[in-house]
Ligand binder design. Sequence first.
Ligand code: ADP
Length: 492
Amino acid sequence: MSQPPTAAPLTVVSVSAEVAPWSKVGGLADVASALPVALAERGHRVLGVAPRHAAYDDAWDTGLTARFGLFGQRHEVRFFHARVDGVDRVFVDHPAIRRGGVYGTDQGGYADNLLRFALLSRAALVAPALLPGFSLPTDGADTVFLAHDWHAGLVPLYLAARYRHHGLLSRARSILVVHNLAHQGRYAPGVLPGLDLEARWRSVLDMDGHVNVLKGGIAAADRVATVSPRYAHEITTPEHGFGLDPILRMRGPVPDGIRNGLDTRSWDPATDPHLPANFSADDLSGKAACKAALQQELGLPVDPTAPLVGCVGRLDAQKGIDVLLPVLPWLRDQGAQVVVLGSGSPLLQDALRRVNGDRVRVRIGFDGPLSRRITAASDLFVVPSRFEPCGLTQIQAMRYGAVPVVAGTGGLFDTVPPYDPVHQQGHGFRAWPGSAESLRHAFGDALYTWRHWPDSFAGLRDRGMRHDWSWNLPAAAWEQAMTAALDAPAWA
Ligand code: ADP
């Protein structure tokens, strides 16, 4: 349900390396997809700019091109366009970009990612003026660029260095949005001349003798934001700052922390076409059917009394799968069934394959429909991350009636207040990040509640399902942050 804007209509240009459904590696794609739609529904003009990683059936060739000098060559990019759900989507095409993968292959990142994302950033800055029907106001006085993560980190730099001082974008502002501080775009200093920036801006990119694109973006952006209030604080500390906490504190006091919403129209258990049965908080019979169907699909005993624990995510050190592994035998002994879906690190994939067996099912791969079937079937859903900027899977879980067991960090901390049996409040169970022992304790509480206090467990499930996880509130917060950016003088 859309809400009226509280601010004057803005022109928003959202720039990201991935955007669902055209390309997706993780939650960034979900946000780059849904936040623009939520803002458009509030009356803003929104342009979503992303790479054309492959040919997309619904995006047509505008025939428009732009040329940029980068790394000693003239590069021509081509603009493809689709208008979907009130948002103009622009896909930037170039032979270096069109590779299929978003960031690289199983063997690692593409060697020329800096060129690929510099092209994306340069193209995003000219796209609004080029696109027919999306003409900018004369000086960009209502225009905000949302630069998501390091891949768009050159947008604030090029805006400040090249576009601020003339014409269309003289009053435009940029917000660098940190979805994950661990990925910074670090390169040897030798790449600097290729970026075609004057000396002043080259020093903005310098971090301990290296080029650090995220640092440059943070230093040049008019405002910095991230995807949950807790993570906004965490990244200003040495423990979670990945070396950038001094820069973030300098921008301080803390960046805007706006929790991600969920596309609750797509993630709706009452209508999700990928589920064998639909259900809602008022009628959970379909959830029991989803559980039985998944148990059957994966060859697990079809047993409604066995608590089913789901887990979906990238297999990366961040996600703490290695913290979950030692807890699996204990969960099995408790009579639980565990289903894990993930892809990523070959090492973690192998470790998971080894535990596939009695009461534990592991599926390696990226499979959207299966992730929904697992989430819908689960009684408990575990997110054991070492750090988690926001996290969407725990929100998807709550929406689908699976009670989360999470590490208390970042957005997991914000979205999963712990169960309070006295006041019958809270959404789930919390563990210390990185501690298998603490995770086992959290599961102990969760399973005890499931077995001995079914009404309390039902209350937990019900609160999670009925909570407003939509983009309505976050979109209003984004509106405020963008308006504040436009009202303040340019930062750099
Ligand atoms: P991150 O962005 O760090 O990967 P999030 O929890 O914010 O983590 O978002 C992950 C998104 O990707 C969610 O929409 C989740 O459902 C989806 N996802 C992650 N792994 C898989 C997978 N193996 N198959 C299908 N969907 C997945």
